[in-house]
Write a protein that binds this ligand. Structure first.
Ligand code: PMM
Length: 285
């Protein structure tokens, strides 16, 4: 698979299946922490309909402490080597230039940088030097402090701020030599955002379209779904948010977005098939 094929227009969103090789991810922490279990999980997600496997070795859950670079490399590189070697389209979820470089050498086709180049600007140079896609997410600060940055007081609120800050990240990427045609943008649900901010962004994803780039959305198992579904006893637990996420996949697919980043690939794949069939109109099968 070439990067161009991953970006080519298509009638349904790409499914990016999440493979977190971390002991402490908020949603699946520890379950796929070993190389072998992560590879097996990646294969299973491909069978369930994933188009891309997003492999990450750093948890970005609120308050998480960062792993050493060497730890992150040890977690992701063997998994990427194995899965890319089997022909899977692999994305690396990292904010670090050194990890991105090693991941691309191991076969990753996408650098998924949740910081949009803010955490380690050298990552933009890595994307520029290699023939890969650079996915820039909206981000303001590392996990330990990000919720203190959830303020969007300017005109247009969170949607305008995310639009303008992503636009600036694309400018920075291009200035570093990244081909704009090889970029993807992501509103960064849950990153320096309150629940209401996430809903406002979901309601107005189309506002990001004038940046002219494919849009990736990651809502899977995030706490704003737990808040929505929770009751007096507290938020709905992480493992019981999937049905709500499938509803969001449906909404995102109906809006014609480029991709969804999800844990339960089969569930979102089913939703996307429903949207595709629904759109075909009567008379087709
Ligand atoms: N969310 C998480 C991690 N990486 N990458 C992109 N592009 N978009 C996201 O929304 C995103 C991401 C955090 O979720 P996880 O801990 O369940 O992987």
């Amino acid at each position: 698979m070439r990067p161009d094929e991953l970006l080519a227009p298509r009638t349904r969103p790409r499914i990016m299946g999440i493979v977190n090789v971390t002991p402490d991810s908020f949603s699946d922490g520890g379950r796929f922490a070993t190389t072998d279990s992560a590879i097996a999980h990646g294969r299973e997600l491909m069978e369930h309909g994933a188009d891309i496997l997003d492999i990450g070795g750093e948890s970005t859950r609120p308050g998480a402490t960062r792993p050493l670079v060497s730890e992150e490399l040890d977690r992701v590189v063997p998994v990427i080597t194995a899965l890319a070697g089997e022909g899977c389209a692999v994305s690396v979820d990292t904010m670090r230039a050194e990890v991105a470089e090693a991941a691309v050498r191991a076969g990753a086709l996408i650098i998924n940088d949740v910081s949009g180049g803010l955490a380690d600007p050298g990552i933009l140079g890595v994307a520029a030097r290699h023939d890969v896609i650079y996915a820039a997410m909206h981000w303001r600060a590392h996990s330990t402090e990000m919720q203190g940055h959830a303020h969007y007081d300017g005109p247009g609120g969170v949607v305008t701020a995310v639009h303008d800050e992503l636009s600036a990240r694309l400018d920075a990427a291009v200035a570093a030599g990244v081909d704009l045609e090889r970029t993807v943008i992501d509103p960064g649900l849950g990153f320096a955002k309150s629940s209401d901010h996430n809903w406002e962004l979901l309601q107005d994803l189309a506002a990001l379209e004038d940046l002219g780039r494919p849009i990736l959305v990651g809502s899977s198992r995030k706490s704003f779904l737990g808040t929505l579904l929770g009751g007096p006893e507290g938020p709905r637990p992480v493992g019981e948010r999937e049905h709500a996420n499938v509803a969001l996949t449906t909404i995102v697919a109906l809006q014609g977005m480029w991709g969804v980043r999800v844990h339960d690939v089969r569930a979102s794949h089913d939703a996307i098939r429903v949207v595709e069939r629904f759109r075909k109109g009567q008379g087709d099968d």
